[in-house]
Design a binder for this molecule. Structure first.
Ligand code: F6P
Length: 360
């Protein structure tokens, strides 16, 4: 089929995530393969507003598959949250002759796509955030690397906590979601894990857990706190007051966002980037969303009419690893379509898609 799409833009937005560069590389190379020009938009949606762009070809993305961060820079754009900013961004797309935008990022980036689509721009979203909190996708680029980074740091902490017979309280990123903390807690055999999805009862979830561990013969304790579940410093103070222990508090912070992406993140990014471009070039007869998932090692495509309501739905998958989606914060809007509960174990990616104006 002749490809009517001639030029697309790619940007990274929101908090960076390891594997974003691999996704950019994949988008550029897929474009080259499909005969599409690729324009890199710098500094997220700010770049669209200001016309901050660079033409990307295969050479520009050589040797970046292993690099953390994003060569396109990233930002959280206040201006793009306004209608005026969104109109400016859409005007830039038209000025540059972009047939569509591929946005690589997290929930804010997806919300941005929803707004851009309202301005008549075709969009495809590639989920990338260490938080893994985009509804309808079981996996977001960067999650695996961030988890491995946190696990490595906690293993180091454990050595010294064990030697001194101490208690450690570690704060893990994740914004309003506890996926990363829970996953890391499981991987490190933590004494307790606190996540925002489950109301914390300090006595039951922390103090009793430490007491039980002590009765079982443990002399060091590891408490993992998702940043959305409370302050590690306050929890450390509470442990001191209740048990007389002298906990050491570590906030892992942005270290979790950096570093060379894991093999899993590189491969997922490479696949997602390719499919994003492939879908961008696909003829569509009506507004649709596209969700692509991997099951049994194969990509599956789920298509259907695009639901604005679904795209605006405020839902985050339950961090407890259950099969359901939980309504955590009604104000939190994620630009992804939520349709059905999905088993935690099935990795899936979501691409949101509307037809390109030139094709409709
Ligand atoms: O969304 C990714 C994330 O790293 C969250 O886990 C964290 O809450 C937030 O970004 C931190 O944002 P910033 O880089 O603006 O400090």
């Amino acid at each position: 089929m002749a490809n009517a799409v001639k030029r697309i833009g790619v940007l990274t937005s929101g908090g960076d995530a390891p594997g974003m560069n691999a996704a950019i590389r994949s988008v550029v190379r897929a474009c080259t393969y499909m005969g599409i020009e690729c324009v890199g938009i710098r500094r997220g949606y700010n770049g669209l507003i200001n016309g901050d762009f660079t033409v990307l070809q295969n050479d520009n993305v050589a040797h970046i598959i292993n690099r953390g961060g994003t060569i396109l820079y990233t930002a959280r754009s206040d201006e793009f949250r306004t209608l005026e900013g969104q109109k400016k961004a859409a005007a830039t797309c038209k000025l540059l002759g972009l047939d569509g935008i591929v946005s690589i990022g997290g929930d804010g980036s997806f919300r941005g796509l929803v707004e851009l689509a309202k301005q008549g721009i075709s969009v495809v979203g590639v989920p990338a955030t260490i938080d893994n909190d985009i509804v309808c996708t079981g996996y977001t680029i960067g999650y695996d690397t961030a988890a491995n980074t946190a696990v490595e740091a906690i293993d180091r902490l454990r050595d010294t906590m064990q030697s001194h017979e101490r208690c450690s309280v570690v704060e893990v990123m994740g914004r309003n979601a506890g996926h990363l903390a829970l996953y890391v807690g499981l991987a490190t055999g933590a004494t307790a894990v606190l996540v925002p999805e489950k109301p914390v009862d300090f006595d039951r979830d922390v103090i009793d857990r430490i007491r039980q561990a002590r009765l079982a013969g443990n002399t060091h304790f590891m408490i993992i706190v998702a940043e959305g579940a409370g302050s590690a410093i306050e929890i450390g103070k509470g442990i001191h007051e209740e048990l007389g222990l002298d906990p050491r508090v570590t906030i892992l912070g942005h270290i979790q966002r950096g570093g060379t992406p894991s093999a899993r993140d590189r491969v997922m990014a490479s696949r997602m980037g390719y499919h994003a471009v492939q879908d961008a070039g696909r003829r569509q007869d009506e507004p649709r969303h596209l969700r692509t998932g991997r099951s049994d090692g194969r990509h599956r495509y789920h298509r259907g009419p695009f639901h604005e309501e679904g795209a605006q739905r405020a839902a985050v998958r339950g961090a407890a690893g259950d099969d359901g989606h939980r309504q955590l914060n009604p104000d939190k809007k994620i630009g992804a379509c939520c349709t059905a509960a999905r088993p935690f174990s099935i990795p899936e990616q979501l691409f949101r898609h509307l037809p390109f104006p030139s094709l409709s």
